[in-house]
Design a binder for this molecule. Structure first.
Ligand code: FAD
Ligand code: SF4
Length: 484
């Protein structure tokens, strides 16, 4: 098998025995749990579109490792065209799901690991890249979902791993033998972890010699008995348990994050891709981050398209769509959204080949892309809330609209412009609520701020990458300052 179907994906998850905790209880069947089902549905879309005649060309590609047709989410980018196609694929999926579809952290990790393990092998004579590519062939052949697992709990942010009061606040190697390594620690904010097949652990920051044990990258089956998952709750998440489909806003899709705890997990050497090589930890983080910062120029734009559409609809339902200030605000939303897309495309077309053969995005432009992502979705959301009006946050529940006494009254008094039914108004207001301050805001807003690194991380990269001396020389030459 190289292209899994959505149904086969769901079956494969049901066969996994993961230990998942939610609201203080261990849950039996996470795949079919109503809290998690929307995120399974969102990942399903990455499989459905790979079999769809209109989208197959974007979602599938020939493997550089095996020549087989594979899902693009498991691909190593072989040219700038691959990087561009990735951004287009993510925009499409954002448009189809209106949420985070979770599979890109794994994809971006594959490409980063391919580049950095190659450099390690070239400099150190190790064989990490050979191992990694064998592992990736397996991922491609089985079309697996892999959680790119980078962010540690970090404790005191001012201290490196080895100086923390608890040595487990960053994932570390606690034992090593001829067979493999044993790791302990936890990772936080793990997107899609509960509906992943594999966990791909990587370091979260640059490391020094004292932190050697923390320089670890490895792959683990997601149902390893030593792994515990604790579901991360989201604003208004229990609406998913209420039985209706209006108040959730997005009726089918959603994302999730989880705390992943590694209770002394053994990893055989064939799945270990870094073990103590601390000088390469920082480069792995930066390379992954550059890919993921460019990915946001696709997925957030697709979700932005949904929010712009919702805003246009609510203006129509309110009878104000032709007002000049509404038209102008919609144009502003489009401008902000397409600027993000332009950044995603620009860092992709300016990408370059690395020594592994895998193409890397332009680092400066990828960081610009993410820095804009930390701001523009918030501005787009602000305009959406302006045009939506206050009912978005004061509207009674779906059940009240069905109540025999107050239901008809609510439908009468909360109607908008004719001929649009009150229920359409309800649905679109709930969608805008979802994306700007509810379940969807986790992915559309807070993840835009912190995902792939908080804004300061991009500013630090930009200050390092921008050749300011070159700019000084340009100015000096133009102004006639000699011997600068
Ligand atoms: C929705 C969502 C999904 C995510 N998905 C994933 C995922 O799938 N995989 C994954 O590995 N990670 C994921 N992340 C994690 C993401 O990369 C982190 O949130 C990000 O790196 C910031 O880390 P933090 O949340 O611990 O915040 P912190 O690091 O605590 O940052 C909070 C603030 O403190 C500042 N700060 C931090 N350290 C210092 C310091 N030493 N000195 C000065 N200021 C400092 C930061 O600049 C920031 O302003 C996700 C995050 C979110 C919100
Ligand atoms: S935030 Fe975007 S790029 Fe990251 S996993 Fe979700 S959909 Fe993919």
């Amino acid at each position: 098998m190289t292209l899994m179907t959505a149904d086969a994906y769901i079956d494969s998850l049901r066969q996994m025995k993961k230990r998942v905790f939610m609201f203080g209880d261990e849950i039996e069947d996470p795949t079919d749990h109503p809290m998690i089902q929307p995120s399974v549905n969102a990942v399903c879309m990455t499989y459905e579109l790979s079999h769809h005649t209109d989208h197959e060309a974007l979602l599938t590609v020939e493997s550089s490792l095996t020549g087989e047709k594979i899902n693009r989410f498991t691909h190593l980018h072989q040219g700038t065209d691959d990087l561009v196609q990735k951004v287009k694929m993510l925009r499409l999926l954002g448009q189809c799901t209106g949420c985070c579809f979770q599979r890109c952290v794994g994809m971006d990790s594959f490409n980063a690991l391919d580049i950095v393990t190659t450099k390690m092998d070239q400099a150190l004579g190790t064989e990490y890249n050979v191992r990694f590519r064998e592992y990736l062939k397996h991922v491609q052949a089985e079309d697996l979902v892999v959680d790119g697992c980078m962010t540690d709990p970090k404790g005191n942010r001012g201290l490196p791993p080895a100086e923390q009061s608890d040595p487990d606040l960053f994932v570390r190697i606690i034992d090593e033998n001829n067979e493999g390594i044993t790791i302990r620690g936890a990772k936080v904010h793990q997107t899609g972890a509960i509906n992943s097949h594999e966990i791909l652990v990587m370091p979260t920051r640059s490391l020094k010699e004292a932190d050697e044990d923390y320089a670890v990258a490895c792959a683990i089956p997601a149902d390893d008995e030593g792994i515990l998952y604790v579901y991360g709750r989201q604003a208004s998440d229990t609406r998913k348990l209420e039985g209706g489909n209006i108040d959730v806003g997005n009726i089918r899709f959603g994302g999730h994050e989880a705390v992943v705890i590694f209770n002394d997990v053994f990893v055989p050497w064939e799945h270990v891709f870094m073990s103590g090589e601390y000088p390469y930890a920082g480069e792995l983080v930066e390379t992954f981050a550059a890919y993921h910062r460019s990915s946001y120029g696709g997925c957030k734009v697709g979700v932005g398209d949904v929010l712009i559409g919702a805003t246009k609809l609510i203006a129509k339902y309110h009878g104000v769509e032709n007002a000049s200030h509404i038209k102008d605000k919609l144009v502003e939303m489009i401008h902000l959204n397409e600027t993000l897309y332009a950044c995603g495309l620009a860092c992709s077309t300016e990408g370059a080949r690395t020594s592994s053969g895998t193409y890397l995005v332009d680092m400066t432009l990828a960081n610009i892309c993410k820095l804009n992502v930390t701001r523009f979705p918030y501005q787009i959301a602000s305009i959406a809330q302006d045009i939506a009006g206050g009912l978005m946050v004061t509207m009674p529940s779906e059940k009240d609209f069905s109540h025999p006494e107050v239901g008809p009254l609510l439908k009468k008094y909360l109607v908008g412009a004719e001929p649009y039914p009150t229920e359409w108004r309800q649905r679109i207001l709930r969608l805008i609520e979802n994306l700007t301050l509810g379940l969807g805001a986790v992915g559309y807003l807070t993840e835009s701020m912190h995902g792939a690194g908080s804004p300061m991380a991009q500013r630090i990269m930009l200050s390092r990458l921008a050749d300011l001396e070159h700019k000084e020389k340009l100015a000096a030459a133009i102004a006639g300052i000699n011997d600068h």
